[in-house]
Design a protein around this ligand. Structure first.
Ligand code: NAG
Ligand code: NAG
Length: 332
């Protein structure tokens, strides 16, 4: 009898403890209100080796850097991903008021608030966004890295490389992609066949499934780009690198080589057998190439050392070893 009472008591205490856990938190512990219109906070001055900014292409999103970002971080870099577009979720029904400027605004906001230099890395049509930023903020940029990207030059307006590229890719390449026109702007919404066979043909099926949940309208803003002329003095004065993607069926691999020969870069690299979405199909090779470029520029520690900053100098011994990332280990 007595043992029975005891175990009932233990049981009721357990039940009470569990119920208490389910009660809402006491006043004063409420979570903060969401504010989706707030600009993301300005990134702090990095304490790692440097700061790398990743910019996505048309109809894509920051999510697709999810394999590359942790690798660059593991190598000691501070990494920012930018989501272009005026809203966190740019929907099909909200494109009327979006133009090249408002679309690029999140990147402008980031550059505006920085107090240090960054390595700007762009994929595909993101090349247009970083080119404009290199023109606007040349003093804040170590180099611009174009990955399977449109790379405008200083002899033609910005739409030129798009028009030349369009001549190589016949329009039936768009397959089941649909097109919307809003004012002067044409928007594309990738079809699943197009994604599978032209953009993501070398990606794991999981990444294709993930992309299908993340589709958003994309535009090249060709009419607006035709009005923009970049200068030798600003854009042209910043170091440029190109990483060519092999077997690219979207921005033809040969055309990527052609852009490099027409407007030479400091160094061109290549990732073979990757297709257009090289950050998903060959993240390790791509990260190794980005790190090779990043290491050409003085690290935050070296800058602090030169300036005699005693507070940072002590940490130099703890510097990450970027070389520990080996090419061709997994995901190959
Ligand atoms: C882009 O859109 C914004 C907001 O609607 C507008 O203020 C701006 O003038 C537009 N820019 C161009 C070049 O059309
Ligand atoms: C990529 O392929 C080209 C030939 O198509 C070859 O010359 C080059 O060495 C390859 N690069 C790498 C990194 O394997």
């Amino acid at each position: 009898m007595g043992t029975c009472n005891k175990s009932e008591m233990v049981l009721s205490i357990v039940v009470m403890v569990v119920l208490l856990q389910l009660l809402p938190p006491a006043n004063g512990q409420d979570p903060p209100q969401c504010n989706f219109n707030q600009k993301p906070p300005c990134p702090p001055t990095p304490t790692g080796l440097g700061h790398i900014v990743l910019v996505h292409g048309a109809g894509q999103g920051q999510w697709y850097w999810y394999k590359v970002k942790p690798m660059l971080e593991a190598a000691g870099y501070f990494v920012s991903m930018v989501q272009l577009g005026p809203s966190v979720t740019m929907a099909v029904d909200s494109i009327e008021n979006v133009n090249f400027t408002t679309y690029s605004q999140p990147l402008f906001d980031l550059m505006e608030c920085l107090d240090h230099k960054v390595l700007l890395v762009a994929h595909s049509a993101g090349g247009f966004n970083i080119a404009v930023v290199m023109e606007k903020y040349p003093e804040k940029i170590q180099a611009g890295v174009f990955i399977a990207a449109y790379m405008p030059d200083t002899d033609h307006n910005m739409a030129y490389v798009l028009e030349q590229g369009g001549k190589k890719n016949p329009t039936d390449n768009w397959l089941d992609t649909c097109i919307m026109t809003s004012g002067k702007t044409t928007w594309y919404f990738f079809g699943d066949d197009f994604l599978r066979s032209k953009l993501y043909q070398m990606c794991p099926p999981e990444d294709i499934a993930l992309m299908q949940t993340q589709k958003r309208p994309g535009s090249f803003f060709i009419n607006e780009l035709a009005e923009i002329q970049l200068t030798k003095e600003k854009y042209g004065s910043v170091d440029r690198f190109y990483i060519v993607a092999g077997d690219d069926l979207c921005i033809d691999t040969d055309y990527q080589h052609e852009m490099v020969s027409n407007f030479p870069v400091k160094e061109a690299k290549m990732v073979n057998r990757s297709g257009h979405e090289v950050m998903l199909s060959k993240p390790l090779d791509l990260s190794a190439n980005i790190l090779d470029i990043a290491r050409l520029y003085p690290s935050v520690f070296e800058i602090a050392h030169a300036a005699g900053d005693a507070s940072l100098a002590g940490s130099v011994e703890m510097r990450a070893k970027p070389d520990f990332i080996q090419r061709g280990a997994w995901w190959v």
